[in-house]
Design a protein around this ligand. Structure first.
Ligand SMILES: [Zn+2]
Length: 278
């Protein structure tokens, strides 16, 4: 069996068969399903006259390829900066003056979901945090610092947790295999499955069950955002931020609003997680 590759987390899943989710059962037949997709890995846009990367490339060609793909980014950066200046000569003066984003975006690290590009947001309009499977863990200092800073200092009005169908992180979490350091991270998704086990087990169609787990994971991460003191106290004082759960679909490029009922969730969780008092 080929070794598990982290890169395979970010691969499309539409061509894979879905084994029945059985998080606590040892079904070795399903563990190989996330291992063989390196051939379809998304790659950097290549500069003109570039060498195509292949696994058996000679060392000199590998060096050439690395230099080309490095230089390509800077070429495109210069072109982007020139285009922005052409559109608005004061663009970078405004950018340097500071940020006042309306949105905090918490999304998956998947390379196919650039927050600004799929929403039409410009630089300065979204504060962005991304990790594998768009998780909001209360002991993750990174995401907690991002939420705190975005809410208390940037005064964002909207917090979006955006997942996506075909999420390799969610798929990997449901694979009965030891993934090393990823185990504790992805365990959060198994916990989502456990919380919603009856609903998920009742869905006989495997892709549909997997899609529903993606949605439920987004909703649970919204709940985790709402549990934070920063969100609860700032909302009580200002009436914002409000929290949204969205899912991106590769097949049509559209965002689906899960219509998370922010006020109801806030009310429900404050029975136990109320942090608004001094
Ligand atoms: Zn993902």
């Amino acid at each position: 069996m080929p070794p598990f590759r982290l890169g395979s987390l970010l691969q499309p899943t539409s061509r894979r068969s879905f084994s029945r989710f059985a998080p606590l059962a040892c079904r070795t037949s399903s563990s190989s399903q996330i291992t063989n997709f390196s051939a379809t890995a998304p790659r950097l846009n290549k500069p003109s006259q570039s060498t195509n990367w292949t696994p058996k490339m000679a060392p000199a060609d590998v060096s050439k390829y690395l230099q080309q793909t490095h230089d390509s980014v800077f070429e495109k950066n210069r072109a982007w900066a020139a285009a922005k200046l052409g559109e608005d000569p004061s663009f970078f003066d405004k950018l340097a003056a500071g940020q006042e984003p309306e949105y905090l975006w918490i999304g998956c690290s998947d390379s196919r979901i650039p927050a600004e590009q799929i929403t039409g947001l410009e630089p300065g309009q979204a504060f962005v945090h991304r990790n594998i499977a768009n998780l909001v863990c209360n002991i993750d200092v990174n995401v907690m610092a991002v939420i705190n800073y975005a809410v208390e200092h940037l005064h964002v009005k909207h917090i979006v947790v955006c997942g996506h169908y075909g999420c390799g992180g969610v798929k990997a979490a449901m694979t009965p295999k030891d993934l090393g350091l990823l185990n504790p991270w992805l365990r959060n998704i198994r916990d989502v499955y456990r919380l919603h086990e009856a609903e998920l087990d009742a869905i006989s169609d495997e892709p549909a069950r997997y899609n529903r787990l993606v949605e439920l994971n987004v909703i649970e991460q919204c709940r985790n955002v709402i549990k934070t003191a920063a969100v609860q106290k700032t909302y009580a004082a200002n009436g914002f931020p409000i929290v949204h759960g969205w899912v991106f679909d590769f097949h049509d490029g559209l965002l689906k609003d899960l219509n998370v009922d922010f006020k109801k969730i806030l009310q429900d969780i404050q029975k136990i997680y109320n942090l608004t008092e001094q």
